[in-house]
Design a protein around this ligand. Sequence first.
Ligand SMILES: [Zn+2]
Length: 401
Amino acid sequence: MTALSPEEQALVDPIDRAPILGHTLEWAAVNSGTANLAGLADMAGRLADAFAALPGEVRLVDPAPIEKVDREGTLRPVGHGRHLVVSVRPHAPRRVLLTGHMDTVYAADHPFQTCDWPDADTLHGPGTADMKGGLALMLAGLLAYEQSQPALGYDVMINSDEETGSLSSAALIASLAQGKLAALTYEPALPDGAMARARPGSGNYAAVVRGRSAHAGRNPEDGRNALLAAADLGLRLAAGRRAGLSVNPARIEGGAPNNTVPDLAILHFNLRPATPELAETAQAMVTEAIAAVSAAHEVTIHLHGHVSRPPKPITPGTKALFGLARKAADDLGQPMHWKDTGGVCDGNNIAACGIPVLDTMGALGGAIHSPDEFLLASSLDARARLTALVMHRLERQNLSA
Ligand SMILES: [Zn+2]
């Protein structure tokens, strides 16, 4: 218990679980599925009120316009909620970025909408670990840090579209990452405290295949079957799977009545390259497959999408940041280790800007993206103490040291 200096002890001692749990329960009760714009507006208002307790400017930023391919193969605008940004000491020489998301994977009509307590430490509920608990403990950690004559400046960014790939907030994240010495992202850690290390990249794509319709009995030879071409494309893409590159043909839309050669099919697929080199390999493989299928089936194919989550390899800066956080966790009596994961998050986008990032600073919990999602309530105040201590030490230590 001598691991903390008296100053550090005074920093973390006042942190209390009750207000953090209070915010978590209040926010988890608001449905904020990525498509629920009214729910997101409600959440943004609540977060703006709560984060106004920090000594900084709070603003809501309009989402960047985003289009998506609809069932007819046409691009249509998709609505998103506004993103919250809080800037504290914007002119400080040493600044940090803290990020989280207010959206969840549970739509307004999903059956999982309320919280309960399977046992005294387990809070089961939608968006508890991922990540309303993380937002609440981030705020508590920052409020504690603000009591210590702080010098570190920081931006807090809470987006509304993380669960669908942060397409409308990617440019905002990249601009806020500029000039920061480190970033902390509040995705949940595993129940045993395991933190995410390397993450693969991820890209979602839609290939719009247009052929030519014809009567199935009278002149099928005049038709160009878009459905068959889309299926062929899916098979060729899947054949490109290799170590470090997962390819998932996920869905084909389109088709026609049984008496008609279909002239439209849309293949949706996901690519996950582990490294930037494999991201390039994947891109070349897709281009080649599209050319081959277009020629073989005499169809036209328009590809939409890109690797929107770049692969997150581990840099020396990220290792140093993890070292600082692990030491802080050890000193607080919270053992911490890290391991690679297959998931992606805003930490990918921040790492692509060359900023060291630790992206599982949130609550301990599990079964996220499922009706079993839970968080461990004892981690709320524990991890708020970790945030306060990490901020305090980032103010004083160089990551390269
Ligand atoms: Zn999340």
